[in-house]
Every structure is written in structure tokens, then in C-alpha cells.
Design a binder for this molecule. Structure first.
Ligand SMILES: NC(=O)c1ccc[n+]([C@@H]2O[C@H](COP(=O)([O-])OP(=O)(O)OC[C@H]3O[C@@H](n4cnc5c(N)ncnc54)[C@H](O)[C@@H]3O)[C@@H](O)[C@H]2O)c1
Length: 311
């Protein structure tokens, strides 16, 4: 990929996060949103996050980052000639399809498109389009300027060179791309999260634990290691002989536990009501925003700490 710049299409929560990722890395970023008010708000919204990043010691010069970003009401003007587009519009297949049909008519021959899609595979909205071989999913975690992982998921017709170019770009802007070899619902990250959530909701529903104690099991236990190592490395270090030894000792337990959940149930309206009531006792609805801001500051402190470590 050359230096033709980046376009962000869809300037919501995630699109603005991506604008920060690319502009922070020194690239020129052109932002488009179909909502004019949203587009006007982009510099101020970016500024808030950039000032927080600056206060946390994670960037030097917020002004220089903002200066690399321009906003465009016209899709062709924003995206017509860039090297890469990070599509970040609503997670609805018909919205994405309609946009990709328009992109098909305005893009230069070399432009690659990565979708922020959380679960809809690229094949569901790119089939039959001329640009389809240059499209894939590049799924981030929110906010992408703090959580570096990007799941790169090709459609069956995505060219291998498209996959390679997106990996190279993500490394260049200091993200951490992973390869998902073929499409599957929920990709990898949300399948892993889904497995944990399935068990957490079920354990609560069956009365084994309070929400607070289930959350503490992760925040004071499993999650401490997970902030710097994954499940395979964790179990490799949790038996004297490594992962094979761990499998020998505990494989039977995990098989038995997995067989316990062969009939997953929906999160019923009654269950959601009980969970909501317990959460609102811990965190009143009016405090959700402040707690979200607190979470982002904790993430920034963690990111600053990780910079000082060999991780
Ligand atoms: N929110 C998250 O935590 C998260 C994390 C990872 C990925 N994602 C994915 O990122 C994408 C965006 O999510 P979000 O949370 O930022 O949504 P959002 O609702 O905050 O933002 C979507 C933006 O897209 C704009 N838009 C809609 N249709 C458009 C079009 N045709 N052309 C231009 N702009 C258009 C809207 O005006 C809006 O500003 C979704 O696919 C979502 O699944 C979200």
C-alpha cells in the first residue's frame, strides 16, 4: 500500500477510533458520514479522546493528529482515491450492501476496503461486486486506539494480496492483526467472549453466584493473566510439565463441564430483567457514562504500563 491515505466511512464510535489509529501513525485520514451533524462533530469528538491519550502519556501532540484528518460530506470525495478504506457503518447487512454497491462505482482500482463488521462476514455484502476481491473484514475492539487486536477475515473471493496488504497496514499503524483463515459467524473474538458469557449467564440463572462474584472471578482472577497472555499460554504455565501435562490432568474435567452445556438457552426476558436489576443496584443508570469513562482511563493506564514492558 502506498501513501495515498486512508478513508473512514461511518464516523460513529468505532469510525472515530479508527481515525485516531491511522492519524496517530502519521497517515492522512479522510472521514465521511452520511449524517452531516455527526461529520461536523468529528474534530471535537476526536479531540476529547486525544486529550485523554495525551494526559495518559500515550501521545505527544493531539493537534498534529487532528491536523491529518479532514471531513467530507461526499463519499467519492472522501474515498475515491485513497489506498485503504475502513468501513465502519451500522451493523446491518442491507446498510453495508448498499454502501458497497456505491463504493463499487466510485473507488480507484487499487483501493482496499476493510469492514469493521462485528459479525457479518464480508461475503454477505460484497458478492458479485467488482471490488469484492479487494474487500475483507478488519474487525477491531473498541476503542481501537487502545485495544490493538484486529481480526482479518477474508471472504472466499478475497485475493491473498488483499489479506497481506491489510496485515502490513495494521502492523504499520501499530495494531495487532490476527489471521482468521475463513469466515465464521462471530469470527474468533466474539466466539471466545460468547463462550464465557454463555457460562456466566447460565451460572447466574441457576443461582450459583451473584453477578458481582461472577465479575470478580474475572477481574480478580482470570482476567489478570488475560491482559498479557491468552488461554493456551495460561494453561501451558499452569502444570509443571506444560500444556500436555495440563491436558492430562484436567482434560477430563473440561470435557465433563462442556458436556454439561449441550443445550444452550436464550437469555430470557425474565433472566435479563433480574440481571439488569442487580446491575442497576451496583451501578445506577445515570452513572453508566461516568463508569465508561473510568474504564477508558483504566485502559489507558494499562496501555501506558504495557509500553514499559516487554509484551
Ligand atoms: N461499538 C463497538 O464496540 C464495535 C466494536 C467493533 C466493531 N464494531 C462495528 O463497527 C461498525 C460501526 O459501529 P459503531 O458502534 O461505530 O456504530 P455507530 O452507530 O456509533 O456509528 C455508525 C455510523 O455510520 C454512519 N452511517 C450509517 N450508514 C452510513 C452510510 N451508508 N454512509 C456513511 N455513513 C453511514 C452513521 O451515521 C453513524 O455515524 C459496525 O459494523 C459495528 O458492528 C463496533
Amino acid at each position: 500500500m502506498g501513501d495515498g491515505g486512508i478513508a473512514i466511512v461511518g464516523a460513529g464510535l468505532v469510525g472515530i477510533g479508527w481515525a485516531i489509529v491511522f492519524a496517530r501513525a502519521g497517515l492522512t485520514v479522510r472521514v465521511h458520514d452520511r449524517d452531516a451533524d455527526r461529520l461536523t462533530a468529528v474534530p471535537d469528538l476526536m479531540r476529547r479522546s486525544l486529550d485523554d491519550l495525551h494526559d495518559a502519556g500515550l501521545i505527544d501532540d493531539p493537534d498534529a493528529v487532528i491536523a491529518r484528518v479532514s471531513c467530507h460530506a461526499d463519499l467519492g470525495d472522501a474515498a475515491g482515491d485513497v489506498d485503504y478504506i475502513q468501513e465502519s457503518v451500522l451493523e446491518r447487512v442491507e446498510v453495508k450492501r448498499e454502501l458497497y454497491e456505491r463504493l463499487d462505482t466510485v473507488l480507484a482500482d487499487h483501493t482496499i476496503v476493510g469492514s469493521s463488521s462485528s459479525g457479518i462476514p464480508a461475503s454477505a455484502f460484497t458478492e458479485g461486486l467488482g471490488i469484492a476481491p479487494r474487500c475483507l473484514v478488519a474487525h477491531p475492539v473498541n476503542p481501537p486506539y487502545l485495544a490493538r487486536i484486529v481480526e482479518v477475515v477474508p471472504a472466499p473471493w478475497t485475493l491473498p494480496e488483499t489479506v497481506e496488504a491489510v496485515h502490513a497496514l495494521m502492523h504499520r499503524v501499530d495494531q495487532h492483526p490476527i489471521r482468521v483463515n475463513r469466515e465464521l459467524e462471530g469470527f474468533v473474538l466474539n466466539r471466545l467472549q460468547g463462550a464465557l458469557l454463555r457460562e456466566a449467564w447460565a451460572l447466574y440463572d441457576e443461582g450459583y453466584c451473584s453477578l458481582a462474584d461472577l465479575d470478580a472471578t474475572v477481574s480478580e482472577g482470570l482476567g489478570l493473566r488475560w491482559s498479557f497472555m491468552g488461554p493456551f499460554e495460561t494453561i501451558d504455565l499452569n502444570a509443571p510439565g506444560g500444556i500436555a501435562d495440563y491436558a492430562e490432568r484436567l482434560g477430563g474435567l473440561y470435557l465433563s463441564v462442556a458436556r454439561d452445556r449441550t443445550d444452550p438457552q436464550p437469555w430470557s426476558a425474565d433472566l435479563i430483567k433480574r440481571v439488569e436489576a442487580e446491575r442497576r443496584q451496583t451501578l445506577p443508570a445515570q452513572d453508566l457514562g461516568a463508569r465508561g469513562a473510568w474504564r477508558d482511563r483504566r485502559l489507558m493506564a494499562l496501555a501506558a504500563h504495557r509500553r514499559t514492558q516487554d509484551v
